[in-house]
Design a binder for this molecule. Structure first.
Ligand SMILES: [Fe+2]
Ligand SMILES: [Fe+2]
Length: 135
């Protein structure tokens, strides 16, 4: 898998969300870099945890914004975040216990999920936020 470029196709046109999405993509790219090389399992695990932690923080920021501004699609968006968080937790647990390695397939799953989420739900959220708050 090639490194993901944070190009226009991933911009939702909200400064805060775009900045955080760019950082998320950086985490994914770093994981992609360390998983294939001679990096130790510990390092891969640390990078994976970094990605998971940042993802949680970012989801929290979006959820706080949605709640503060009474976003009508809050529930669906939050449900999508929660589901992904559970998947990621499973991933970290499996990696820690030595059950799974971070594979190309897994990277593609993470990447596809994030891109799809940004382009759909986050884009809708950003449209709602327009003119309402931090833009
Ligand atoms: Fe989101
Ligand atoms: Fe997001």
């Amino acid at each position: 898998m090639d490194a993901i470029k944070f190009d226009k196709s991933l911009h939702v046109d909200n400064r805060l969300l775009d900045r955080e999405h760019a950082i998320l993509i950086e985490h994914i790219n770093t994981l992609q870099q360390v998983m294939g090389g001679a990096s130790s399992r510990t390092l891969v695990g640390q990078v994976l945890e970094g990605l998971v932690e940042y993802t949680k923080t970012h989801f929290y920021v979006e959820e706080e914004l949605m709640q503060a501004l009474k976003y009508p699609k809050y529930f669906d968006h939050k449900t999508a975040h929660d589901k992904f968080k559970r998947t990621m937790k499973q991933l970290v647990d499996n990696h820690q216990s030595g059950k799974t390695d971070i594979t190309e397939e897994l990277m593609e799953f993470l990447t596809d999920w994030l891109i799809n989420h940004i382009q759909r739900l986050d884009t809708q959220l950003a449209a709602f936020l327009k003119g309402k708050t931090l833009d």
